[in-house]
Design a protein around this ligand. Sequence first.
Ligand code: AMP
Ligand code: ZN
Length: 456
Amino acid sequence: MLRFYNTLTRNKEELRPIHEGKVGLYSCGPTVYWFAHIGNMRSFLFADILRRTLELNGLEVKMVMNITDVGHLTGDADEGEDKMLVGMRREGKTAFEIAEFYTAAFMRDLERLNIKQANLYPKATAHIPEQIAMVEALEKNGFTYRTSDGIYFDTSRLSTYGALCGQKAAEKLAGARVEMGEKRHATDFALWKFSPTDVQREMEWDSPWGKGFPGWHIECSAMSTKYLDAPFDIHTGGIDHIAVHHENELAQTKGALGVLEANIWMHNEFLTVNDGKMSKSLGNLYTIEELVEKGYDPLAFRFLALGAHYRSKLNFSFEALEGAQNALRKLRDIVRSWEAPAVGCAQFESRFLEAINDDLNTPQALAILWEMVDSEYSTGAKARTLLWMDHVLGLRLDECVGKPIEVPDEVARLVKEREEARRQKDWTLSDELRARVEALGFIIEDANGHSNIRKL
Ligand code: AMP
Ligand code: ZN
């Protein structure tokens, strides 16, 4: 039985797929105006673990992840600039070039973290007619009004508004300090924004209401229901999306199509740095590329993320990353000498499945993995079970299990020379040779008078 925590009902619920044996999964994707940071990547890792867990249980998953390439303003309350225009100004490129460049960077990060490809990555700019059609449906159903700068959703017209974030709309309204403009209620939000009349906007489209561009939330309602049909099974994103983006997405789909968009809404907690928010201005915002430049294995970041439950905060530090990298290396070293996979260890497999099926308890799943590694089972049995577990963990352990390191001749020669230098107590030469070995991608560990060689 698969159970997940549903933000909408505030309960752990059993997954009951709408179509037997199949699951429709929609994950909010990146805004491609800049590199995704490691906090964003935590969100995509969480969605990947979810998808792999569903697949391990024999379910056929259709996964859709949007690419936001227009409409996401710098503030959630419909204020600020379109993030894509910010990117264009910063780099002096067209919107298309910005989107193409950062989408490619995003795909590279997914590959480095061994995140499986979604079935579809629809782009907001390629679905303008669908978004317009949805706003028209909302208009027809009486959920919209017009101001001088756009078409807005009237949240007071939907009795269920506020269901996801658990606050009554009225309370939010009383407590919120948002720029009201001509909005009727603080929680109302833009569906379509008009282009400024004095300057030509670089990204704008014709619509029944005049030239303009879509609000940020409408793309997810339009694209998720186009590719998955509503209701679908699971919708994911980070917790920052609950109160505005997902609440509004849910409202739009309900208002336009009269259905609950998705049955289960799952949200990952934040990755923090020094227990605080990551931000460019604090200089603590890292990308996967930066971790790689500092010599870390991207899969060490995946391993670090697996060590925390997705609904707990995870504080990032380089010490923690170092620890994760060492643990992963240790695991790889152990399994290199294992025999070919044989019949697996059933009791560890069932315990692993129980942990992961219980709202993706990855820390417990990892603890079970280590217990299995240390157990008395034959290495062939352990190899089989480990590779099975890795369908969910995604640590590319198949590249190591039963595959001793092949040490190139040059490395072997340098190691021999170093052993000789140590016998002569020539520590300077010994250190120099160690550095040359490391430059070739290997580490020497001195153990009881001989040298162990590991891959960096
Ligand atoms: P964005 O590109 O801003 O739409 O963000 C992409 C995804 O990353 C969304 O699901 C966000 O909720 C999520 N996210 C943003 N910052 C963090 C963070 N520090 N930790 C975890 N998830 C985050
Ligand atoms: Zn979204």
